[in-house]
Design a protein around this ligand. Structure first.
Ligand SMILES: Nc1ncnc2c1ncn2[C@@H]1O[C@H](COP(=O)(O)OP(=O)(O)OP(=O)(O)O)[C@@H](O)[C@H]1O
Length: 268
């Protein structure tokens, strides 16, 4: 089954383009016939019931699933016109351009400074002045600078959960990604921190393409420009994209009755 749904206007061919994409974990066909274009420098939310492949699809976008043995994909997925699964693409380089934030904050057991400087150092930045500037700018972009500027030597793990999540965001921003993948980034942090992460997403969106997996319809409504609804209709069958479009339109006029059932809380 191939489902093609409304794609945002994207005249320059930028952003992530997906065509008839399928994905398998061993024999299990997890995703089928996904077609969509992710708008550059906007916020797109992936929604759907548990197990409908949202995280799987997100992880395909920076080839994180390559790290799981026995996985396989078919179809096209490109970033700014370049096939990310083409031979010769270095997944490590791809993951610098397409950074990821997980549900559980996962700072390194190092200082705040070293967490943020880690990626730039790997990229060959050695000057202390340059690293200081990158650390400060990244922490500012992640809305954490004011809280930690006087204690950059403190262990990242000693921060609160919400601060740790923003530290992880600063660590990703330090290598200047084009895309930020966020897999339920707010489900393990307190409400005040949720607000800070959502504010920061809005601040970053003009420069970074953001894709967020969320179980919260309220969060999807608050933060996203576009929304994609995934569904696995029957156990054992692959999930697929059911509806995709402008968030406010999907909430006010869903085109598919299954989307309407989900957003009105009738299942999932
Ligand atoms: N590493 C894995 N190996 C095998 N199957 C997997 C693996 N990860 C996920 N799956 C299966 O793929 C399907 C999609 O899972 P996925 O985690 O992508 O869904 P999801 O929509 O993100 O779910 P949730 O909202 O609960 O996080 C599920 O049937 C899941 O059991």
């Amino acid at each position: 089954m191939t489902v093609y749904r409304h794609a945002p206007q994207n005249p320059k061919g930028e952003g992530i383009h997906v065509e008839d994409f399928n994905f398998w974990y061993g024999d299990f066909h997890a995703l089928t016939g996904v077609n969509l274009d992710i708008a550059p420098r906007k916020i797109t939310a992936f929604i759907g019931p548990s197990g409908c492949g949202k995280s799987t699809f997100l992880r395909c976008m920076n080839r994180m699933n390559d790290l799981i043995e026995g996985t396989r994909e078919e179809g096209l997925m490109s970033l700014d016109g370049n096939d990310i699964y083409a031979a010769g693409v270095d997944p490590v380089d791809l993951r610098r351009r397409v950074g990821m934030i997980f549900q559980q904050p996962n700072p390194f057991p190092k200082s705040i400074y070293e967490n943020v400087a880690f990626g730039p150092r790997l990229q060959g930045v050695t000057s202390k002045g340059d690293l200081d500037d990158i650390v400060e700018e990244s922490l500012k972009r992640a809305n954490l600078w004011k809280e930690v500027s006087g204690q950059l030597g403190k262990n990242g793990l000693a921060l609160s959960g919400g601060q740790q999540q923003r530290l992880c965001i600063a660590r990703v921003l330090a290598v200047q990604p084009d895309v930020l993948l966020m897999d339920e980034p707010c489900s393990a942090i307190d409400p005040t921190s949720v607000q800070k992460v959502e504010d920061l997403m809005a601040e970053l969106a003009p420069t970074v393409t953001i894709i967020i997996v969320t179980h919260s319809m309220q969060q999807a409504a608050r933060v996203s420009d576009y929304m994609a609804f995934f569904l696995q209709e029957r156990a054992g069958e692959p999930a697929t994209l059911i509806e995709y479009g402008d968030t406010s339109e999907i909430f006010s006029r869903p085109r598919d009755p299954r989307t309407e059932s989900y957003i009105t809380g009738r299942f999932g």
